[in-house]
Ligand binder design. Structure first.
Ligand code: OFO
Length: 170
């Protein structure tokens, strides 16, 4: 059984992950309405992965005999000022999530909760990848500049992303 400070913090993180999923779904719809099906696909898969991140926490809490306390998910933003603005917002959001994960690790350390500390290592690695992915798209957008052809190619590229379901949940 987890200490209450730890389980409360993990429950809060479930909400952060579900909000991330909601935010990226909103971004996916925004791209779809712009006719950018590849960007929309990339964001839709991002949203699915965020739900998996929430479920991993959900299952971990249950495996520890702790309570899952689901809260209201806040409404995400619906409009942005173009493609770059969306990806910048994505990077910014991932940096926020990285901070949340680091704070969770601090709590696990403070409570000498080795199991949770170990569990969180997966999220640490995942955050490096998540930030890198957003940065990579931003760099490409920078290179593309005003070229419609290059944007079309990038959109085609992002359409290739496929969702891989997690093998284990906890
Ligand atoms: Fe995009 O991050 Fe979840 O954890």
């Amino acid at each position: 059984m987890l200490k209450s400070k730890m389980s409360e913090a993990l429950n809060k993180q479930i909400n952060e992950e579900l909000y991330s999923s909601y935010l990226y779904l909103s971004m996916s719809a925004y791209f779809d309405n712009m006719g950018l099906k590849g960007f929309a696909n990339w964001m839709r898969i991002q949203a699915m992965e965020e739900r998996d991140h929430a479920m991993k926490l959900f299952d971990y809490l249950l495996s520890q005999g702790s309570e899952v306390d689901l809260k209201e998910i806040k409404e995400p933003q619906h409009k942005w000022n173009g493609i770059k603005d969306v990806i910048e917002a994505t990077l910014e959001h991932e940096q926020h999530i990285t901070q949340c994960i680091n704070d969770l690790v601090d709590i696990a350390e403070e409570l000498k909760d080795r199991a949770t500390y170990n569990f969180l290592q997966w999220y640490i690695d995942e955050q490096v990848e998540e930030e890198e992915n957003a940065r990579e798209i931003l760099d490409k957008l920078e290179l593309i500049g005003d070229s419609k052809d290059a944007l079309f190619m990038l959109d085609k590229d992002l359409a290739q992303r496929v969702y891989t379901p997690p093998i284990t949940q906890a």
